[in-house]
Design a protein around this ligand. Structure first.
Ligand SMILES: Nc1ncnc2c1ncn2[C@@H]1O[C@H](COP(=O)(O)OP(=O)(O)OP(=O)(O)O)[C@@H](O)[C@H]1O
Ligand SMILES: [Mg+2]
Length: 430
């Protein structure tokens, strides 16, 4: 049978650990999949930015891009290959550039998500050149910050409308903190958002294609301890709701890979941050949850490359708004939104693909994450982040948590622990 190679590009910055594990696992899967009269194989390579002819044909079928939000040469290259050459890119670069936190709040409020009361403030200061002075003097309305705050309600959070990485985020408990924070915000456009306070649970839903993993999160722990290892911290209904939140947000914004933070108060989950289309993907943050993330990325990217999934260049919001306008409860609407989202991600076909062609992935990943090679990859990542005297201890720490993942995996699926998988299991590549 003629062999077609699907070329996958990894567009990277500081990431070290997931790409190396991704490459190892794809290689160990030894895939050779039937596709009509052809056989499809997969090759993975790291993208190297270079001058490019806008009409040049790229070699890639799919690119996993992790730098679009700050590395603009790559952003523009990714746009070119998506528009001109039908390359599937994770994530849609236009929707990263255009849909900052503010847009996502507005859109999900319109869909009825329980986003806390949020106001946008014109900035405290403006540039003194161009038309700024005349425009602000002529048109900006003087306002009473205390009155705005009364409507938002204390305690609240002040944070940039396009935030990320906790830049400029502060908790505001009273008028003194409000004025201090606003005075310090300079030319930034800030939101005031009512605090979900007290909350009894903080979770992050990590979404990759239609797959969503809901992880307990501790925002005040040191960085290596924020993603908590815990089980059964939500009931089935809550889990389904949280998975739907993330999947709907991602389908709505054409994001394949994103995370959603939600806080629970009085039994209701309030999403507060879900424009994170380059989510934490390091073993040093995710540890126990890292293998899930790598496997989910392998599955989704192979599915997209194998099926030649067309890049989703434009969001389609009208069907969501039509549901929002119906006379239904939010739970009922969420179910309907999720049906759109699953359809967007071709979830049934994806699950069938995984069952048919990637049945051996669990074994391959289980074995790989117990190898010296996996440990060496973790070591490299830890060495890039930690002071020298902590590198060995933290490598053991993260590797140990991944071994705990292997234990829980083999408890869940006892056949995994019985023997090393040396290649595809029978039927996996049929
Ligand atoms: N409305 C809120 N209620 C309670 N806590 C909040 C609220 N908004 C923000 N926080 C707290 O502040 C933190 C940072 O806010 P947010 O996640 O919106 O900013 P960010 O800069 O996008 O963060 P990151 O990119 O690191 O996730 C949250 O993780 C949470 O701990
Ligand atoms: Mg956040």
């Amino acid at each position: 049978m003629p062999v077609q190679t699907r070329q996958i590009g990894l567009s990277l910055g500081a990431d070290l650990c997931w790409p190396a594990c991704y490459e190892e696992i794809v290689q160990r899967l030894q895939l050779s999949l039937p596709s009509g009269p052809n056989t499809v194989e997969f090759a993975v390579e790291r993208v190297r930015p270079e001058p490019f002819d806008l009409r040049a044909k790229p070699k890639y079928d799919l690119v996993i891009d992790r730098v679009t939000h700050w590395f603009y040469t790559t952003r523009e290259w990714v746009k070119k290959i998506a528009i001109m050459d039908d390359v599937y890119v994770l994530n849609n670069p236009w929707m990263i550039q255009a849909a900052e936190k503010h847009t996502t709040y507005c859109a999900m409020m319109r869909l009825g998500f329980p986003i806390p009361e949020t106001w946008l403030l014109p900035p405290k200061e403006y540039p003194t050149d161009a038309d700024f002075p005349v425009t602000t003097r002529r048109y900006n309305k003087l306002f009473d910050l205390n009155k705005v705050a009364e409507q938002v309600g204390y305690p609240m959070f002040m944070k940039p409308y396009d935030g990320g990485a906790w830049r400029g985020v502060s908790r505001v408990d009273d008028a003194a903190a409000l004025h201090k924070g606003y005075d310090a915000s300079g030319q930034q456009i800030m939101h005031l958002q009512n605090a979900v306070d007290p909350f009894d649970l903080f979770v992050r839903g990590i979404g990759i294609g239609p797959q969503v993993n809901v992880i307990k999160y501790d925002p005040v722990a040191p960085l290596h301890g924020r993603y908590v290892v815990d089980f059964d911290f939500v009931n089935d209904k809550e889990l389904a709701t949280l998975q739907r939140f993330t999947r709907v947000i991602n389908a709505f914004f054409c994001w394949d890979y994103n995370s959603c933070e939600s806080l629970r108060k009085n039994g209701v989950f309030h999403p507060i941050d879900f424009a994170n289309a380059c989510p934490d993907s390091q073993v040093t943050s995710l540890h126990y949850h890292f293998p899930w993330m790598v496997k989910a990325l392998v599955k989704w990217s192979l599915f997209c490359a194998y099926t030649k999934r067309k890049p989703k260049l434009n969001p389609n919001w009208a069907p969501y708004f039509a549901i929002a306008d119906k006379d239904l409860s939010f739970d009922e609407k969420l179910l309907e939104y999720d049906a759109l989202a699953r359809d967007y991600f071709d979830a049934d076909r994806f699950e069938e693909f995984c069952g048919t062609h990637l049945a051996h992935l669990d074994e391959v990943a289980f074995d790989f994450f117990g190898t010296p090679r996996a440990k060496a990859i973790f070591h490299e990542k830890v060495a890039a982040l930690y002071p020298k005297h902590e590198v060995e201890a933290f490598t053991e720490h993260f590797y140990g948590l991944v071994q705990f993942w292997r234990k829980t995996e083999s408890d869940r699926k006892p056949t995994l622990a019985r023997g090393a998988a040396s290649g595809p299991s029978a039927g996996a590549t049929s």
